[in-house]
Design a protein around this ligand. Structure first.
Ligand SMILES: Nc1nc2c(ncn2[C@@H]2O[C@H](COP(=O)(O)OP(=O)(O)OP(=O)(O)O)[C@@H](O)[C@H]2O)c(=O)[nH]1
Ligand SMILES: [Mg+2]
Length: 440
C-alpha cells in the first residue's frame, strides 16, 4: 500500500470550553479545502406574488410548493464553507457614515429650510439602510442550525458553546431592528423641522444616535465574524469518500498511527489529550481517495461527565459513516489500565456496532510476556474475556509498533481492505437511496 498523501486540519475545541484540560501547545496543519460532492445550499427566493388591492401578497396557489422549496434539505455537509464574509463592525459603520453624508437633497427645492430637512431625512434614512442591509444579509445567509447536518450541528455546539451561535444571530437581528426603528423615528423628526437650523440639529442628532447604537451593539457583528472564521476553518468531510476514524483512550498512540497511515503530522506527546480537535486527512491508495480522522481520546466515565473533546469523538462516530480503527495500549504506557480500556471498548463496540471495525494493539515493542497489572485492576477476575483482553486485546486485534515498525505493512493492508468495504457500503447505501427516490 503506497501513495499516502496529505492531512488536512483542523479545528480545535478552545480550552476554555472544556471541563477537563491540561494546557498543551496547539498545533496547526496547513488547511486544504476539500469541496464536498454535495453541499448544504440555501434555497433562493422563488416565491411568486400577486397584486391584491395594490399590495404584493404571496400567491396562495404556490404557497405549499414554495414552502417545500424554501425548506432546506437536512442532509449534506459543507455549510461552513458557504458562509458569507463578514465585515468588521467599525468598517460597516465608517462606510455607512461616509455614504450617508454624501447624500444630497432632492434637486429643485428652493426653500432653504425645506431643502435642509429633505437632506437630513434622506441622510438619516441612508445611514439606517447602509447599516441594516449587511445585518439582514448575515441573518439570511448564516444557516439555521436546525437545517444543518447533525455532525455540523454538533461541531457548532461543541466549539462555540451551546446556544452561542443562535445568541449572536439573535443579537444581530435585534440590532438591525433597533437601527431601523431609531432611524425611521429620527428621519421623521428631521422631516418635520420648522427651520433650517432645526433640521441641521435633528440631522446631527439622528446620525449621532444611530452611530451610538451601532458602536455599542455592533460587537455582535465582530462576534459573528469570529464565529465565521472558526467555522470556515473546520475540516470538510466528504460523506461519499470512505473514512477511517482512529478511536481509543487518550495517549494510546492514535496520532502516531495517523502519521503512519497518511503523510499528515499531528502532534504526538506522551500525555493525554494531545489531540484537541477533529483532524481530517486523506490517503490515496491505488488511485482511490480515502479520508482519515484523528480524534481526541475517550475516558471511562458516563456521558454526562464527558468533556467537549470526548464529545467530539462521539459526534464523529454518531453522525459520520466512518470505519473505525480502535487503538488499545496494553503496555501501561498510556496511563490507563487495560481493564478501564476494556470497559470503554465494550461500550463503544456496542454503541457503534454497525461501523466497520478493526482493532489494533499499539506499542507492541513494550509488551512483556505477562500483561501489566495496574493497582486499579481487579486481580481476581473470572471474566475470561477481560483476562484475554489484558494479554492480547480483543479477538482478531493486530499487534503493531510505530517505534519498531512492527505490523505496519499488515496494518496498511487491513486498513485498505476496511476502506474498500466501507466504499462498497457507501455505494450500496446510495443505490438504495436512489431506488427509494424513483417513483414506482
Ligand atoms: N514505545 C512506543 N511508544 C509509542 C508507540 N506509538 C506511540 N508511542 C508513544 O505514545 C505516546 C502517545 O502517542 P500519541 O500518538 O500522541 O497518542 P494519542 O492516542 O494520539 O494521544 P492523545 O491525542 O493524547 O489521545 C507518545 O509518547 C508516542 O511516542 C509505539 O509503537 N511504541
Ligand atoms: Mg492524538
Amino acid at each position: 500500500m503506497s501513495g499516502t498523501s496529505g492531512l488536512l486540519q483542523l479545528w480545535q475545541v478552545p480550552s476554555s470550553s472544556l471541563f477537563f484540560g491540561r494546557s498543551k501547545g496547539l498545533y496547526l496543519v496547513p488547511v486544504r479545502v476539500m469541496y464536498p460532492m454535495s453541499c448544504f445550499c440555501k434555497q433562493m427566493q422563488t416565491t411568486t406574488y400577486a397584486i391584491v388591492k395594490g399590495s404584493y401578497v404571496s400567491n396562495p396557489q404556490n404557497q405549499q410548493e414554495n414552502k417545500e422549496k424554501l425548506t432546506p434539505k437536512v442532509e449534506n455537509v459543507g455549510a461552513f464553507q458557504k458562509l458569507p464574509m463578514v465585515m468588521p463592525s467599525v468598517d460597516i459603520l465608517h462606510s455607512a457614515l461616509r455614504k450617508a453624508k454624501r447624500v444630497s437633497p432632492t434637486k429643485g427645492i428652493a426653500n432653504a429650510a425645506k431643502r435642509e430637512r429633505n437632506k437630513g431625512a434622506k441622510q438619516i434614512d441612508a445611514l439606517m439602510k447602509e447599516l441594516a442591509v449587511p445585518l439582514r444579509t448575515y441573518k439570511e445567509n448564516f444557516p439555521n442550525k436546525k437545517y444543518l447536518h447533525p455532525y455540523e450541528r454538533s461541531l457548532i455546539e461543541l466549539t462555540l458553546g451551546d446556544g452561542n451561535y443562535e445568541d449572536v444571530l439573535g443579537k444581530l437581528e435585534a440590532l438591525r431592528k433597533k437601527v431601523v426603528s431609531v432611524g425611521k423615528e429620527h428621519a421623521s423628526l428631521c422631516a418635520k423641522s420648522l427651520s433650517k437650523r432645526e433640521a441641521e440639529e435633528r440631522l446631527n442628532e439622528g446620525l449621532k444616535r444611530i452611530e451610538e447604537i451601532f458602536d455599542g451593539d455592533g460587537k455582535a457583528v465582530d462576534e459573528l465574524l469570529n464565529i465565521a472564521k472558526t467555522l470556515r476553518a473546520m475540516p470538510v468531510v466528504d460523506l461519499e469518500t470512505p473514512t477511517l476514524c482512529l478511536v481509543g483512550a487518550p495517549n494510546v498512540g492514535k496520532s502516531s498511527l495517523v502519521r503512519v497511515l497518511s503523510t499528515g503530522k499531528p502532534e504526538i506527546c506522551n500525555y493525554p489529550f494531545t489531540t484537541r480537535g477533529i483532524l481530517m486527512g486523506h490517503i490515496n491508495l491505488s488511485y482511490q481517495n480515502f479520508q482519515v480522522t484523528d480524534t481526541p481520546g475517550i475516558l471511562r466515565r458516563a456521558d454526562e461527565e464527558r468533556n467537549n473533546l470526548e464529545k467530539l469523538t462521539l459526534a464523529v462516530l454518531t453522525h459520520l459513516p466512518t470505519a473505525v480503527l480502535y487503538v488499545h495500549d496494553l503496555s501501561g504506557e498510556c496511563g490507563m489500565s487495560p481493564s478501564d480500556q476494556f470497559v470503554i471498548y465494550k461500550e463503544m463496540r456496542e454503541r457503534f456496532s454497525s461501523h466497520i471495525w478493526l482493532d489494533v494493539v499499539s506499542k507492541c515493542d513494550l509488551l512483556q510476556a505477562s500483561p501489566v497489572i495496574f493497582a486499579t485492576d481487579d486481580c481476581n477476575v473470572d471474566n475470561f474475556e477481560l483476562v484475554r483482553y489484558r494479554k492480547m486485546g480483543p479477538d482478531g486485534a493486530l499487534n503493531v509498533s510505530v517505534k519498531n515498525e512492527i505490523g505496519l505493512h499488515e496494518l496498511k493492508k487491513r486498513v485498505y481492505e476496511l476502506l474498500v468495504s466501507q466504499s462498497e457500503r457507501i455505494k450500496n447505501q446510495q443505490s438504495k437511496e436512489e431506488e427509494l427516490e424513483v417513483p414506482s
